[in-house]
Design a protein. Structure first.
Length: 74
């Protein structure tokens, strides 16, 4: 649908461009969560954050249902 100013067409194109990656994003989702958990573990191991803080990151991911079965490797 086109408005006299053409703004709606640009918005539709922007929405399409944004949404086109959703199937790909869904495939990467689990790997991204595993990477976040590994990163928290690395930061704790290097002393950049407290181990308790890393554990809270993982617990929050689990609480929200993002990290089913994942844990920090030590």
């Amino acid at each position: 649908m086109q408005s006299p100013s053409g703004k709606l067409d640009r918005t539709d194109k922007q929405a399409q461009d944004y949404l086109v990656s959703i199937p790909f994003d869904r495939r990467l989702y689990g790997q991204d969560i595993k990477a976040r958990i590994a990163h928290a573990g690395m930061l704790a191991k290097r002393g950049m954050i407290a181990e308790g803080e890393a554990n809270r990151v993982v617990m929050e991911l689990h609480r929200r249902g993002y990290a089913r079965g994942a844990s920090i490797s030590r």
